[in-house]
Write a protein that binds this ligand. Structure first.
Ligand code: EPU
Length: 430
């Protein structure tokens, strides 16, 4: 199994180009199942989750292929099978959004309970309740949902929590429903807004995406289009943290500053200099890292996906910081790994108290989940000596060309089944 080897301590410098968003791609790909014909998506990242969804599509009779320049063509002229392969669906949470699309398209679907990163219980009750409110009958047997619907019927739906996946799933299901659907207490993530732009470009009528109330007037049929996936705000934030923790100076090109707003605001509180330019976001640190508190919230609050790599930065702050996780039941498993690098973290329930240390030192660590892996990489870039990271199947779900991009910024990092020995050094090297 591959590992990533990092010899930390090198300030990152230069420019990194941010690719397309995993979460935006997965939602829009699921929506493309609704659209008879060939949808073309620009800027799709070639990460593990995207490939898993392409595999799922193949089982449904929907062929997808990468064209030039990161464009993905999805040919959903016909959907010949509405039973999604359970083992593949269980590999990631976002695959569950195909349930609504398959029901709308074929009137029948069978999709397993999804998997994904382990942050404690991750139920799908909001999805199911919403689909049932749209008039679908669903049965759960042996971990598999099976449903039937002639045509979804518009409904008024209130979400108990502004769940990103549920908002997206119900938008997809409702856009070909009979009549109007109003969803309240919606998620307001950029990926929700972009999904509405995509569906509207295909002929849907969706209003209010980006606010707590979304109104969808059902269309008879959608038509294919070519559409651009957003730059990945979570990758952009991760590179910002990598630049900050190493005391570097990096231009994060293509990043949309407003999508990273809460992360940039908190980075500024730690003493990092942030400049937004026409090209992206420049992140530079010359002074010490100041402590700060972060509390994760649904968008536009601080993103839960970035509390993990942000904790790596706070591990080296000059004082005590508090990280509070409110979105997930449990997203602190990575702290045990961070402690192996010398971090001082005490977790109590949904809070992690981080007392900054003078230095981190390299050690073998594991990715506990996708962003937990990002936390290891960010910490490893600043740690003295070698950090050896395993469990890369998590990181590969969301970070495309990570090692190449970090090397481009001057990091001493390599990937392989064995550590590279260069110039007699028993460490990885560029
Ligand atoms: N929830 C329920 N019932 C539901 C749905 C959600 O209780 O039916 C709870 C969840 O357990 C969680 C909270 O609601 O406690 C928020 O979950 P949400 O539905 O918003 O999350 P998601 O749609 O499953 C997406 C991203 C996650 C990101 C969250 C929150 C994708 C593919 N995933 O997940 O991304 O953490 O929104 O912003 O878009 C990641 O990229 O590393 C990642 C985990």
């Amino acid at each position: 199994m591959d590992k990533i080897y990092i010899r930390g301590g090198n300030p990152l410098h230069g420019r990194v180009d941010i690719g397309g968003s995993k979460n935006d791609s997965l939602a829009i790909m699921a929506a493309a199942l609704l659209v008879p014909g060939k949808t073309v998506l620009q800027n799709v990242p070639r990460n593990l989750d995207v490939h898993t969804l392409i595999d799922i599509f193949r089982h449904l009779g929907v062929q997808s292929s990468f064209l030039q320049n990161g464009r993905l063509e999805i040919d959903a002229t016909k959907v010949t099978n509405s039973t999604a392969p359970h083992d593949l669906v269980r590999q990631m949470r976002a695959s569950f959004n195909i349930l609504g699309a398959l029901l709308a398209r074929s009137g029948y679907a069978s999709v397993a309970m999804p998997g994904g990163c382990d942050f404690g219980a991750r139920p799908v009750n909001f999805h199911i309740k919403g689909l049932e409110q749209l008039g679908c009958k669903l049965n759960l047997e042996h971990g598999v949902y099976t449903g039937e619907v002639k045509r979804f019927e518009g409904a008024n739906i209130y979400l108990e929590f502004p769940s990103a996946g549920t908002t997206q799933h119900l938008m997809i299901a409702a856009c070909c429903a009979n009549g109007r659907t109003v969803i309240e207490n919606c998620a307001m993530e950029p990926e929700v807004i972009n999904l509405a732009f995509f569906l509207n470009a295909c002929g849907a009528t969706i209003d209010g995406a980006g606010t707590p109330t979304i109104t969808i007037d059902g269309a008879q049929e959608l038509h294919p289009t070519e559409f651009a996936i957003l730059p990945d705000r979570l990758q952009a934030s991760t590179y910002a943290l990598a630049a900050a923790i190493t005391g570097g100076d990096v231009l994060i090109a293509n990043a949309i500053p407003s999508h990273c707003g809460p992360v940039l605001a908190k980075l500024a509180e730690t003493g990092v200099e942030i400049t937004t330019t026409g090209e992206g976001i420049r992140v530079r640190r010359t002074g010490k890292i100041l402590p700060t508190d972060i509390k994760t919230m649904p968008h536009p609050g601080f993103p839960t996906d970035i509390q993990q790599p942000f904790a790596s930065l706070l591990s080296l702050a000059d004082g005590v910081s508090m990280v509070t996780e409110t979105v997930y039941e449990s997203r602190f498993r990575y702290t045990t790994e961070l402690e192996k690098l010398g971090a001082d973290i005490r977790v109590e329930g949904r809070n992690a108290k981080i007392t900054g240390v003078q230095k981190l030192s390299g050690a073998p660590v594991s990715c506990t989940d996708l962003r937990g892996g990002a936390a290891m990489v960010v910490a490893g870039l600043a740690a003295e000596g070698e950090t050896e990271i395993d469990g890369l199947e998590h990181l590969d779900r969301g970070y495309e060309d990570l090692v190449v991009k970090l090397r481009g910024l001057g990091a001493h990092v390599s990937r392989g089944s064995e550590r590279a020995v260069v110039g007699g050094l028993k460490v990885c090297s560029v």
